[in-house]
Design a protein around this ligand. Sequence first.
Ligand SMILES: NC(=O)c1ccc[n+]([C@@H]2O[C@H](COP(=O)([O-])OP(=O)(O)OC[C@H]3O[C@@H](n4cnc5c(N)ncnc54)[C@H](O)[C@@H]3O)[C@@H](O)[C@H]2O)c1
Length: 369
Amino acid sequence: MANISIGVIGAGLIGRKHIKKIIDHPDFDLAGIADVNRDSISAQYPGISVFKDYKSLLDEARPQAVIIASPNQSHAEIGIECARLGIDMLIEKPVTDTLESAADLLLEVRANNVRTLVGHHRRHHDQVKTLRRLLREGLIGNLVGVSAIWAAYKPDEYFRIAPWRTQPGGGPILINLIHEIDFLRYTAGEILGVSAISSNRQRQFPVEDTTGALLQFDSGCIGTFFASDSAVSPWTTEQGAGEAVEFPFSGESNYRFVGSRGSLEFPTLVHWAQAEGNQNWNEPIRSQRLLASFIDPYHAQLDHFRDVVRGEAESLLTVEDGARTLIATLAVAEAAASGSRIDLHDRYEALAAGKFSPTLQATNPRKAF
Ligand SMILES: NC(=O)c1ccc[n+]([C@@H]2O[C@H](COP(=O)([O-])OP(=O)(O)OC[C@H]3O[C@@H](n4cnc5c(N)ncnc54)[C@H](O)[C@@H]3O)[C@@H](O)[C@H]2O)c1
């Protein structure tokens, strides 16, 4: 079977990671790169066509597929152009920067019938797939709740080199929690409602540094999530799952899924249960660690994208699904700012109908703290 010709738009931190995986992958040929910083990227990739403008890459190199790894604000415009040209796309998260632009992109994707995958790479971990299967098979009975934490201390340098990270939109909700929200939608079910409290007490930036969220799932399961980028802990998915070398491995679980017949920790997949038929708090409870392999989720994501482009697999995460993750994540910030519970049903419906209007979300949420 012929290799897939692929272009990469945006060769920054994550774009360069994708380029390396593509060069090493036997089923893809790198057609070219587009980056507004053409000269410095050309110097890093001798022998590869580098374009300043993504439209030139699309017109001249004519890739069959692209990876869009440019800043969030450009995802919708570039995705719409690719859809109009019939080019399949792996689009980095968040799918777009606003819900209106996500709805616009979705309309074009549907109209042109292109294949899409959104880059929430976490869905491709073996531990995640195993957890999802075990929950669906009923290993722990009815899912009653999920309790989660994501807490890490980001150094001052992180904020100094990119001051936008100190402003609304640059905090742990939209940068980190969005991955966890997507993971929860994939494993525990659709999120129907959100309440939240945020604080900027540690860093005193205009953006939150700490958030507590209450999540209501379509199954009736209740979720609690504590997220902070200003607290030292071993409890992040990155550290627990061994996701990337820049996050030292802790091997600790930061999720507890609790059900009517047992519990599961994630990512360690420790299963807690009592003797069958003895669900009683006076009975002994025992644990067993279940097996799932550690794999490179970015490589697995690329394998999956190959299968999607070839029409051999349904996308694990389409533009519409990615937009639903964005809806639920933005709702956490909005709930904290407004002090109200946010119901998501109408927003999902509006997105699916392509009728998203700014009145469905807070356009200027007041300060959350
Ligand atoms: N899935 C993940 O693990 C993950 C990790 C980091 C970033 N991301 C996402 O990837 C995207 C890029 O993030 P990053 O951290 O690599 O950013 P970055 O700033 O390091 O890189 C962005 C690159 O895009 C280029 N660029 C800017 N505008 C462009 C345009 N119009 N056309 C072509 N190139 C353009 C810049 O010159 C830069 O090289 C963001 O959407 C981010 O949220 C995902």
